[in-house]
Design a protein around this ligand. Structure first.
Ligand code: BES
Ligand code: ZN
Ligand code: ZN
Length: 475
């Protein structure tokens, strides 16, 4: 993470970026000649910069849109544009002056912070990164600190997603969660294979059978002294540290990005870290079932019938539909918390990506319209957008089995919804399922989301949990 400081900008302390709304402020910074060249270039939409003998000055004109959410996003992307320019000029010390005095400034800073991420532990030549950002603005210092802590949590989520499978086993994932969370006052409990066996988590154990590594089940709990909610919110994250497909092995290049299959689990860790770092008075529990899915000699096979944590039986017809099996056990376990709401995040289906593309989260579940509408609001606000899917019982018909209670695949149609319907068999409380298979991992750089793990879900959950009107809760 870079260093962040506040106060009036100083000379000889790095380049300066001025974020402005009204063009007239430029005359405080530019000479007459420079102003003329600004007018000539008239790059209102782009970033204008001038180099003087002692300093580089960047001028960023605030983006304007009719819609507030689109406007915030356009300014985040301006933050990303500035990052690319700083990279080009190799400027590692940045001072920013806010002359806009608009909330868009915070979005601009957010886009810049989120762009300044690199996963370069394994590279001899490190990627460009800004090392110090100094900010002069009239926004509360607390807002910037909150943003910094959220971005730090997004960085750590991305790190977990980007870590290669040979390093990040299920045990390693749980140990990293432990190290990150304990420092922030989050309680961490890690169940080992023996404990998972005693809990009869048949889904997690079945998927783990082809692996040489044991599974883990990690429980995080953020419970500050005063909380707005009496019943906890439970977050469940898919923790498949690598998905080969198992015996139904993935073909072609279907496996190349499958280290991202624990992105749901990583987002749960990141969201709880962000809540704890900002000391939000909300009781939240995180559940992360984890294993890799491999075709080892003892691997579970298509045709197997397994008994899950809640006693239901599942006919496995495809070992590549493994995420729903480990999530089902975690969702069933979540019941013991008598939760106010459960949200699960999972890179669950290729069908969600085929239906909606890379930039959207597929959302579904049985929670009230109020919960969905709050989540949708947050989703637009942080621009981790959700598309609420139909969730009619008709889809549930497609996972009926002739030899067990249900089967783990539906037909060729609406696979992301039949996967959601599968999960519904294991919930007994208000629940939202978020399929993040599309936005969790970008093969090519995508604005401030970057390349590789995006950390999607962290900012969404943070904003949702922070803004939720807790009067919804019925005691
Ligand atoms: N982890 C995958 C889903 C996935 C696909 C995540 C693309 C990220 C990007 C999941 O376990 C899977 O393999 N699902 C199968 C289910 C099918 C066998 C019913 C799929 O979507 O093809
Ligand atoms: Zn799979
Ligand atoms: Zn998977």
């Amino acid at each position: 993470m870079f260093k962040l400081s506040y106060g009036p900008v100083k000379k000889n302390n790095g380049c300066i970026a001025v974020f402005f709304h009204e063009k007239k402020v430029l005359k405080n910074f530019l000479t007459r000649d420079e102003l003329i060249s600004y007018e000539q270039i008239n790059k209102d939409d782009n970033i204008f910069w001038i180099t003087r003998s002692d300093i580089i000055l960047f001028f960023i004109c605030m983006a304007q849109k009719n819609n507030l959410h689109e406007m915030l996003e356009a300014n985040r992307r301006k933050g990303h544009d500035l990052f690319l320019l700083l990279k080009k000029w190799n400027q590692k010390n940045l001072q920013i002056i806010d002359e806009s005095h608009d909330p868009s400034f915070l979005a601009f800073v957010e886009g810049l912070f989120l762009s300044n991420y690199a996963f370069d532990h394994y590279k001899s030549k490190k990627d460009f990164c800004i090392t110090h950002i100094h900010i002069q603005c009239t926004h509360e210092k607390g807002k910037l600190e909150e943003l910094y802590k959220i971005c730090e949590s997004v960085y750590q989520t991305r790190d977990l997603v980007n870590e290669p499978p040979a390093v990040l086993s299920a045990v390693e994932l749980s140990e990293r969660a432990f190290k990150l969370c304990r420092k922030e006052g989050i309680k961490v409990d890690i169940f080992n294979k023996q404990k998972i066996q005693s809990l009869k988590m048949g889904g997690l154990l079945a998927v783990n059978r082809g692996s040489i590594h044991p599974p883990t089940f990690t429980i995080l709990e953020w419970k500050p002294k005063k909380t707005k909610n009496k019943k906890p919110i439970v977050l469940v994250g898919k923790g498949i540290v690598y998905d080969t497909g198992g015996l139904n092995i993935k073909v072609g290049d279907g496996m190349t990005t499958m280290k991202c299959d624990m992105a749901g689990g990583a987002a749960v860790i990141g969201a709880i870290l962000a809540l704890a770092r900002n000391k939000l008075p909300i009781h939240v529990v995180g559940l992360i079932p984890a294993t890799d899915n491999r075709p080892g000699e003892n691997a579970y096979a298509a045709g197997d019938i397994i008994t899950m944590h809640n006693g239901k039986t599942v006919e496995v017809l495809n070992t590549d539909a493994e995420g729903r099996l480990i999530l089902a056990d975690a969702l069933s376990y979540a019941k013991k918390y008598k939760p106010m709401l459960v949200i699960d995040l999972a890179t669950l289906t290729g069908a969600a990506v085929r239906a909606l593309g890379d930039y959207v989260i597929a959302a579904m579940g049985n929670a009230s319209a109020q919960f969905f509408s709050s989540l949708e609001q947050s989703a637009f606000k942080v621009y981790e957008r959700i598309a609420i899917q139909p969730f009619w019982d008709d889809y549930g018909e497609l996972i009926k089995s002739s030899v067990a209670d249900i089967k783990n695949i539906g037909g060729p149609l609406a696979g992301h919804i039949t996967a959601g319907k599968f999960l519904e068999h294991f919930v007994s409380y208000p629940w939202i399922h978020l399929d993040i298979a599309g936005p969790a991992f970008m093969e090519k750089p995508y604005y401030y989301w970057g390349q590789g793990g995006t950390g999607v879900g962290v900012r969404l959950l943070y904003d949702f949990l922070k803004s939720l009107p807790y009067e919804y809760e019925k005691h």
